[in-house]
Design a protein around this ligand. Structure first.
Ligand code: AMP
Ligand code: MG
Length: 444
């Protein structure tokens, strides 16, 4: 019998179930084996997007560098807000809390006021202007009445320190602005630029080699012979890898032939940190991947209690003889079915690649939605259905499984916008019941 992530929804417990590893246990093994690669390089800031920081970025300056105004208005000494502060004669006929100040000068962003204010004086300031000496409070221009060089406003509407941005309020000098392990995002690039830092230390990119296996596979551009199909897995894998910003090496299609497969395994393990193959991990007559991995590698996982993605090989692959000093690559033998390839990549491989890249990235987002229809689910394995989630007008989410859930039906992945994650112990789901969904946004 061939183990496969077949589409039938059997509620009977098969003989192989006892050997299939729960997803959580498999992830624990993968995490133990997926150690960050050594190797650090310095890159220009603008080239650091999606790279993994190898060191903390320490702020060499305070950002902002000086106290500055958060508003267009007038800066003054907030001590004058106190009830017993000396006041100019109120103008025109003000209340007890009305404060009148003389405008002594002006400051704009990049053009500080270099003079010194005296009692009952203020400085006209624009947003971002450095706070003049002895000023700690800004009254917004909307709150003042202005007559010639005098302004007046209701002091009761302001607290001391209002509308002033403090030096170092964004980032303090000497403190880590970004932590090692961070995957650099656009805001981070701006943030590092705001420190005046031109280069950052990043981990070297992970090298990932991948190939497809199967005599039936043809590459795009080749004629489709009788009984053959186009290889889609290599294209999906290349695209998924490029989102993770690894250095991907496409080794093409490998025939169902032990010698060809051994050569592919050795080349891949020699040149890459991680090797991914698809197909041939079941126990059919043409499933050579499995046999070759047993010969050349240390096997940690064969079968996962998940659907799709039941046959999945994971372990270490030696480029030459075992323990001859060569560094082994991590190996993932993904199933052949295209949906199973994607689901196992996102649930298992992705985490390993991030860990080996040195990335400290949280688990993908998951939240609760209401199932619109009943879902068959067998307890004892984690199932990932393709779902279409829609936000209701009341802010809640509902999710429907896509029409087909076949692990070979790739259009279901295109149609879906999330995975419905049905936990290991969970049984059938009734219509209207809550289910967990993992949105593709942010994941893929
Ligand atoms: P296997 O595990 O090799 O028996 O493959 C399982 C199913 O996935 C078979 O129907 C294969 O034809 C299909 N398959 C395997 N590799 C690919 C591929 N690279 N692209 C598309 N389908 C594939
Ligand atoms: Mg095959």
């Amino acid at each position: 019998m061939t183990l496969s992530d077949s589409d039938d929804i059997s509620h009977s417990v098969s003989a192989q179930d006892s050997q299939a590893l729960p997803v959580a246990a498999a992830l624990a093994i993968v995490r133990r084996w997926a150690l960050p690669v050594a190797g650090v390089e310095r890159v220009a800031l603008h080239a650091s997007l999606d790279r993994v920081l190898a060191e903390d970025v320490i702020s060499p300056i305070d950002v902002p560098a000086h106290d500055n105004s958060a508003m267009d208005g007038y800066a003054f000494d907030g001590a004058m807000l106190a009830a017993d502060a000396p006041v100019l004669p109120a103008e025109p006929a003000g209340s007890a809390t009305r404060l009148t100040l003389l405008v002594a000068g002006e400051a704009r962003a990049g053009h500080p006021f270099s003079g010194q204010i005296r009692q009952q004086e203020c400085v006209r300031v624009m947003t971002g202007a450095p706070m003049p000496a002895d000023c700690d409070t800004v009254v917004p221009q909307e709150l003042v009445t202005c007559v010639e060089a005098r302004i007046a406003f209701d002091a009761g509407r302001l607290a001391r320190g209002a509308n002033r941005r403090r030096a170092g309020e964004d980032l303090a000098r000497g403190r880590p602005a970004l932590a090692a392990g961070r995957v650099v995002r656009p805001a981070d690039i701006g943030l590092v630029a705001s420190l005046g830092v031109a280069e950052v230390a990043v981990r070297r990119r992970l090298r990932v080699a991948f190939f497809s296996t199967g005599d039936e596979l043809r590459s795009v551009g080749e004629p489709l012979d009788a009984g053959c199909i186009y290889d889609s897995n290599r294209y999906t894998i290349a695209a998924m890898l490029s989102r993770l910003n690894v250095q991907a090496c496409d080794l093409g299609i490998v025939r169902d032939d032990p010698d060809a497969l051994e050569a592919a395994f050795r080349t891949a393990a020699h040149s890459a940190d991680v090797v991914l193959s698809s197909g041939g991990v079941s126990v059919g007559d043409a499933d050579f991947t499995r046999r070759m991995f047993e010969k050349l590698g240390d096997v940690a996982i064969w079968q996962l209690a998940m659907r799709p993605g039941r046959p999945l090989a994971f372990g270490r692959l030696w480029p030459g003889a075992r323990n001859n000093g060569d560094c082994p690559a991590l190996f993932f033998g993904l199933p052949g079915n295209p949906v199973a390839v994607m689901v196992t990549f996102y649930q298992i491989v992705r985490e390993a690649l991030l860990a080996m890249s040195g990335a400290q990235r949280g688990a993908p987002w998951q939240f609760t939605a209401t199932a619109t229809s009943p879902i068959k689910k067998r307890a004892g394995r984690t199932e990932y259905q393709r779902g279409i989630a829609v936000r209701e007008s009341d802010g809640t989410w509902r999710v429907s499984p896509t029409r087909s859930q076949g692990s070979g039906v790739l259009s279901s992945m295109s149609e879906a916008n999330c995975l419905i994650v049905l936990a290991h112990e969970q049984g059938d789901v009734a219509a209207g019941a809550p289910v967990e969904i993992m949105p593709f946004e942010g994941l893929i």
